[in-house]
Write a new protein. Sequence first.
Length: 194
Amino acid sequence: MKLRIGIIGLVAAAAAVAGCGDDKDDAGSKSVLQGVKDRGTLRAGIRSEAPPHSFVGPGGRLMGFDVEIAQELAKNLGVKLQIVRVDELTRISFLKNGRIDVAVAAMNHTRERDKEIDFSQTYFFAKQSFLTQKGGPATLKELGGKTVGMTRGSSAIGNWRDYSKANGLPAPKIVELGDARAAVEAVKSGKIEG
C-alpha cells in the first residue's frame, strides 16, 4: 500500500467542498463552500470502522488519517469541524442530500460514483484482496464459486463478479457484511471462505 497525503491533497479536497453534491447548500442558493464559511463549520462524513482510515479509539473517540485530513481541511478553511458518522451506504447519500459537506470516508473513486459526486485528488492507494483461513483457498481461482464476504456498498462486489466472469470461474456467492471486522469473524467461523 502506498499512502500519499500532502498539501496538494488538502487543497484539492478544499476545492472539492465547493463541488460536492449539487453545489447548493440547504437553502439551495449558494455553493457548499459558501455554506461552510457562513456556518463556520465543516460537516465531514467519516466512517467509524475502516482502519487505518478511521476507527473508534480510546474513550470512543474517532481516530485515523481520514479524521486528521478532515481536521486539516477545516483548519485550512478557518472553520470548526463537525464529524458526522457515516457508513458504506450513507456516505454518498448524505453528501448528495446536504447532511454533510464532504465525505472523508475510505471511498474508492469509481466511474459509477463519479457520475454522482466529485472527488478530491486520490490520497490512498490499495489493492483489493481476500482473507482466507490457513489451509483454505490460496488463489483467486480456488475462490471461484465459493461463498465470499464483502462490505456492503463496496466496489469489490462488482469487481469480483466481473473478474469471475472474465476468467471463466463459477458465479460467486457473495455475502454482504457491515464492516471488515464482521468479515474477519465470518472467515474465522467458516461462514464464508474468503
